[in-house]
Design a protein. Structure first.
Length: 114
């Protein structure tokens, strides 16, 4: 018996997240040191890198890079929110058994700007 698409249940499984890069807007307090420490304490996170992109009188725009064996995005989002910050975008995610580095292509600006 064929089941019409409207009646099919879809099951999504998420692979283990190994790398996550986020664009985050945060107030000056807590500091990036405190935020990095709290993110680094999460289960499944082995390392955290935070880079200051832009700063103004009230907020900081930062890039947060997390690496680990099984990063829980919901837990990360809660820590960010508890710090009074907000995730603007997920800029990169890597899943699977190994980390795969992004490959250069002819379309990359760095290649055609040389």
């Amino acid at each position: 018996m064929r089941v019409p698409p409207s009646q099919r249940s879809v099951i999504f499984t998420v692979s283990q997240v190994r790398r996550l890069v986020l664009d985050v807007l945060k107030p000056h307090q807590p500091t990036m040191l405190i935020l990095a420490d709290k993110l680094g304490d999460l289960e499944g996170v082995r390392g955290v890198d935070i880079t200051l992109i832009e700063i103004d009188s009230k907020v900081e725009n930062i890039k947060v890079t997390l690496e680990g064996d099984d990063i829980d995005f919901q837990a990360v989002a809660e820590v960010v929110q508890d710090a009074g910050a907000s995730i603007h975008s997920i800029d990169k995610v890597s899943t699977g058994q190994e980390l795969v580095e992004e490959a250069d292509t002819a379309q990359d600006p760095s290649r055609w700007m040389r």
